[in-house]
Ligand binder design. Structure first.
Ligand code: TIU
Length: 229
């Protein structure tokens, strides 16, 4: 059909117009999901993210591809010369110690942390982009900061965004908030997003759907979204 209704969404049911809906996959990169990446360098246990969100994300991607939705993959990725990485983010007082910083090599085979073109900066295989999908490098947490995302969505007539990705409370949440401010209706799919810190994922879900849906909708299961599309 032309519309997909998600009766299970919270705080209420939502209807997505398929022609103007895009799937946004946030930062499913080895830098966040694999040992030796940036998430690991920050001191996180990265081993649990994949099983929590990748099966759901695969279901969403398959459905979006079948229904020919616009699919956007973001990557937190800096230029090789790090011109787009401010000192605060790279060497500031809250940054990891030397050897674990952006642009440095933590583990052989992963390349430079959070640098575009490094093996560790690539999207994990099971949700990797295919021909025709948009891959958007971003220097910040939010996908609208210093990117052409808003213009791209406007040119393609997109009004509704389905979100999945990592991590829920950092890049996913800020991007949803940025999108909400720009007038896009947003739906966060709970089983296709994950955090290193489970209570933060739970808190984001609660925050999004509180106050009547202050920054959008949440829906629990990727399978429900796939069936509705
Ligand atoms: N640290 C953390 O949870 N996340 C990030 O640094 N980036 C993203 O969420 N992609």
């Amino acid at each position: 059909g032309l519309m997909a209704t998600l009766p299970e969404a919270r705080p209420k049911s939502v209807t997505l117009p398929l022609k103007s809906t895009a799937l946004v996959c946030i930062d499913f990169q080895k830098d966040f999901m694999s040992e030796g990446g940036f998430g690991h360098a920050l001191g996180n246990d990265v081993t649990k993210l994949s099983e929590e969100c990748l099966p759901g994300a695969q279901v969403l991607l398959a459905a979006a591809r079948e229904k020919k939705l616009l699919v956007i993959h973001t990557k937190e990725a800096h230029r090789e010369d790090l011109r787009d990485c401010c000192d605060m983010k790279r060497i500031g007082p809250r940054c990891p110690p030397e050897g674990k910083r952006i642009g440095e090599v933590l583990q052989e085979g992963m390349g430079r942390l959070l640098v575009d073109g490094s093996p560790g900066n690539e999207i994990v295989d099971v949700v990797k982009p295919v021909e025709g999908e948009v891959v958007l490098c971003k220097p910040g947490k939010g996908a609208f900061f210093m990117t052409g995302l808003n213009q791209l969505l406007r040119e393609r007539g997109i009004s509704h965004l389905i979100f999945c990705g990592v991590t829920t409370e950092v890049c996913v949440q800020v991007t949803m908030r940025e999108a909400n401010d720009r007038g896009y209706e947003c739906v966060l799919v709970e089983d296709a997003t994950a955090s290193y810190i489970p209570k933060f994922k739970a808190a984001v879900i609660e925050m999004v759907r509180s106050q009547g849906g202050i920054v959008g909708y949440t829906t629990e299961k990727s399978e429900d979204v796939a069936k509705a599309l």
